[in-house]
Write a protein that binds this ligand. Structure first.
Ligand code: AN7
Length: 356
């Protein structure tokens, strides 16, 4: 039985037998070949690390199991985070499991409904903040410094430690070297964690070469790409609507040490790619997650990739978190409500007039 990332990689996490672990059996997510899109791009070896299948539907669970395990060991009774949605959903779930109080500060009106629903049902106390994620993060940092609540944003080093497991899994699943690792960038924690994870595996002799790191921000929230703070970040991909990333320096180090890049994609490219992933590969991801694949498509058009090398795109969150970006009302009523003539409609769509 899979018992979560801490049990699976305990040598790397320094967790000993008999220690109390708070886990929702996160991790072990599938690495799915994206053969149809790979072919479309002229024969690329493309894989999707589908993080939407973690227990709360995003990669955040990998870091949260570590952060909450340590918080409990240190005697903490409450955790706090600022969040564009997924961190709050994950924090709320692990707090529920551990019996901790959980406070989440969210940008007012700017998080996806599915994520808010999760935080509510898991029992967190939700405090909407007048301002964006960066404002909310500033506030929780100040409160956590007074010591009564444990911060579980990625400024908490245990978060990034746990998130390294994504890199370990990708290496184990491919049983070999990874050419490129493409990943969305918001607060820039995950790209930093993957890079650290690959380095752990490299030092342990489990991989022979380090991948090239490719990070992608949304055009309206691209502080690292443009090397300036965005005071008013704006993008349809609310998860990465962040103007002043906490792990800025770690991310640029990952980029430079791996001879990679951090680039930006437009909201239009993000939404097109989200549709492409669903309609060509059967993978429904949230908009922020599509940024990694949108970025790979953009680079492939410039002839960036060496074709014999594998490309892994981390798709970070489940599409069900944010159904508002799909035109559900319109698409479900293309045919109107029918009582008869249904078979004829189907046969017409199949391109055959032959009814029996
Ligand atoms: C689906 O939940 O920042 O660069 O507060 O939810 O490590 O921040 C979420 C970020 C990518 C960016 N994809 O990762 C939060 C939050 C999804 C995300 C990112 C997020 P980082």
């Amino acid at each position: 039985m899979w018992n979560g990332i801490i049990a699976a990689y305990k040598d790397f996490f320094g967790v000993k037998e008999g220690e109390n672990i708070v886990t929702l059996n996160e991790g072990n997510t599938p690495l799915i070949p994206a053969e149809n899109i790979g072919k479309m791009l002229g024969g690329l070896k493309l894989y999707l690390k589908y993080e939407g299948l973690n227990t709360t539907g995003s990669f955040k669970d990998r870091g949260m199991t570590m952060a909450v395990t340590k918080a409990v060991q240190e005697g903490s009774k409450a955790i706090i985070c600022a969040s564009t949605g997924n961190t709050s959903a994950s924090a709320a779930a692990y707090a529920a499991k551990a019996g901790l109080k959980c406070f989440v500060l969210i940008p007012n009106n700017k998080i996806a409904m599915g994520k808010l629903a999760q935080a509510i049902i898991y029992g967190a106390e939700i405090i909407p903040v007048e301002g964006n994620f960066d404002d909310a993060l500033r506030i929780v940092k100040e409160i956590a410094e007074e010591g009564r609540v444990t911060l579980v944003n990625s400024l908490n080093p245990n978060r990034l430690l746990g998130q390294r497991s994504g890199a370990y899994e990708v290496c184990d699943q491919l049983e070999g070297d990874i050419g490129y690792l493409a990943i969305p960038v918001g607060n820039a924690g995950n790209i930093s964690a993957y890079w650290a994870g690959f380095n752990d595996y490299y030092k342990a002799g489990k991989i022979k070469a380090l991948p090239t790191m490719l990070g992608f921000q949304a055009e309206g929230a691209a502080p690292i790409v443009e090397d300036r703070v965005f005071q008013e970040p704006e993008t349809i991909a609310t998860a990465i609507r962040i103007g002043n990333p906490a792990s800025w320096e770690k991310a640029t180090a990952a980029r430079d040490e791996s001879k990679g890049l951090i680039d930006k994609v437009t909201d239009e490219e993000i939404l097109e790619t989200q549709k492409l992933l669903a309609s060509k590969e059967g993978i429904f991801v949230e908009p922020a997650s599509a940024a990694s694949v949108a970025g790979v498509i953009k680079l492939s058009r410039k002839g960036y990739f060496q074709k014999d090398k594998t490309i892994v795109c981390v798709v970070t969150g489940n599409g069900l978190k944010d159904p508002s970006v799909v035109e559900v009302e319109k698409e479900s009523k293309v045919y109107g409500v029918k009582t008869e003539g249904i078979k004829e409609l189907i046969y017409k769509s199949l391109g055959s007039e032959e009814n029996d």
